[in-house]
Design a protein around this ligand. Structure first.
Ligand SMILES: [Zn+2]
Ligand SMILES: [Zn+2]
Length: 480
């Protein structure tokens, strides 16, 4: 069957995880974090390390003495699936086979951890060439790895096309002048041969038979003055989300989806048309002219030729913290509300920060969606069994993160955002999700999914995509 694959090269924050200071400084993470991720037996100033029970023992040598259990578990083989807490900068590869059966690989973002994770995963995935690169925005975790593309260009003896908007191009040119202008390079060294293609924020094009469309979303706000020192209106940093064959939507750095972008995605048949005013108001309440936006939106929505049931299979979306909001990134609640409106079969979360662990995110997703992980049993990647934990020897309640996870789940269930509000008749995210949400899980570095194109129209919502395992499929573990 004709298909495309999405390979998760990185699912972490701009710093990536683990954080080196967490592995070397025997102090808990900053106190303000504890308000957002409760920790039983939180240490006071007189007890500089954890006192909780479980497999971790702060009296034992490193890494058992590392207080941040997220960063610690990424290097501690005693923690089931702890390796899933090792996360690179957010990045995926989308690929499709050409007529000769060769994978054509489109890399989305090429950040600081590109080369490290390429070493981990490309050999397992059989990635032999980076055939094109899409950049989402001009932050270091999205493009600082461009210089490491040089060897791929040299081996292939050709340019790699890079697609990016004007602002990102300007940042690349400022950071790497020799990448955009060969006269800025000194002699003797090899250079990556990159062909820059500046695109509009909303653009459609096709690469290797994969239809691609970019969509502008907000990724924080610039609060600044101009070069003359005059204060200027705050303006959003535009980050590009990308859809692939209207089946996969990648929205990895986002703090708000403006109404104008919702309208574009609806027109393009990527997301369902929403007619309910309250849904729009909830997702984008900060529009400058919500009334005008609404009229414009309703006009568009009445276009009966527009598809009403998009075929989006996989949404990949930013979720930095479970409860805490952030200026530049979605919280879990914002990601979940956006997913409810998009209605994909599967929602993968990425971009989460320490000290929340992969295990905690799995428990959170289970509590909201009511669906157990499809990666069951929740234990050992059979391709890379953990050396000291046997699958049959532990249960969920034995997991050292379980008490933290259940505390966090309880707080989410009780929060205004997730719980029903009988006084105002407002339904919370959990009720809404159980009624109309799809599957929901945290992604991890090394995950591979496959979406079947041209699936029959009458298939159930969960069909048409699957997780790929085995050779050239999902990988990870301590040795990857
Ligand atoms: Zn940490
Ligand atoms: Zn960014």
């Amino acid at each position: 069957m004709d298909s495309i694959q999405v390979l998760f090269l990185g699912t972490g924050t701009s710093t990536g995880l683990p954080l080196t200071p967490c592995l070397t400084i025997s102090q808990p993470y900053p106190p303000e974090f504890q308000a957002h991720v409760p920790r039983p037996n939180s240490p006071g100033p007189e007890t500089p390390v954890d006192a909780h029970d479980g497999r971790y023992d702060s009296r034992k040598p490193w890494p058992g003495n590392v207080p941040c259990h997220c960063c610690r578990s990424s290097v501690d083989r005693n923690v089931p699936e702890g390796w899933k807490n090792k996360r690179g900068n957010t990045s995926i590869i989308v690929r499709r086979k050409d007529s000769g059966g060769q994978w054509k690989n489109i890399l989305v973002d090429c950040g600081k951890s590109f080369v490290e994770n390429a070493r981990r995963f490309f050999p397992r995935w059989g990635v032999q060439m980076v055939d094109a690169v899409l950049l989402t925005h001009g932050h270091a975790d999205a493009y600082f790895g461009l210089d490491d593309l040089r060897e791929w260009c040299l081996r292939a003896k050709r340019h790699i096309p890079i697609y990016l908007n004007q602002e990102t191009y300007d940042n690349v040119a400022a950071s790497f002048p020799y990448l955009v202008d060969a006269t800025k390079a000194s002699g003797g060294g090899d250079l990556p041969m990159l062909q820059f293609n500046v695109i509009d924020d909303h653009s459609s094009f096709t690469l290797f038979d994969i239809p691609i469309t970019s969509y502008p979303v907000h990724h924080g706000i610039y609060f600044s003055s101009d070069t003359a020192g005059t204060s200027v209106e705050p303006r959003p940093l535009i980050c590009l989300a990308y859809s692939f064959a209207k089946s996969i939507l990648y929205m990895a750095d986002v703090s708000q989806v403006p109404n104008s972008t919702w309208a574009l995605m609806e027109e393009d048949g990527v997301v369902p048309i929403v007619l309910k005013n309250q849904d729009m108001a909830r997702v984008d309440s900060s529009s400058e002219s919500p009334a005008a936006d609404l009229v414009d939106h309703l006009d568009r929505s009445l276009d009966l030729t527009a598809p009403t049931r998009p075929q989006l299979k996989i949404l990949i979306i930013d979720a930095l913290w479970p409860l805490r909001r952030h200026l530049s990134h979605f919280s879990f609640g914002q990601a979940a509300e956006t997913a409810l409106r998009i209605q994909p079969s599967m929602t993968y979360l990425l971009g989460s920060t320490h000290p929340t662990t992969h295990y905690m995110w799995e428990e959170i997703c289970l509590a909201v969606s009511g669906r157990a992980s499809i990666h069951s049993p929740k234990s050992i990647n059979p391709l890379h069994p953990c050396s000291t934990v046997k699958e049959e020897s532990w249960s969920k309640t034995d997991h050292p993160d379980n008490q933290f996870a259940q505390d966090l789940v309880q707080r989410i269930k009780e929060s205004d955002e997730f719980a029903d509000q009988p006084a105002t008749d407002q339904r919370g995210i959990i009720s809404q999700w159980k009624e109309s949400g799809g599957a929901l899980e945290p992604a991890w570095d090394g995950l591979v999914c496959q979406v079947d194109l041209h699936s029959a129209a009458d298939i159930s919502a969960d069909e048409g995509w699957h997780v790929v395992s085995g050779p050239q499929g999902s990988t990870g573990g301590w040795t990857a």
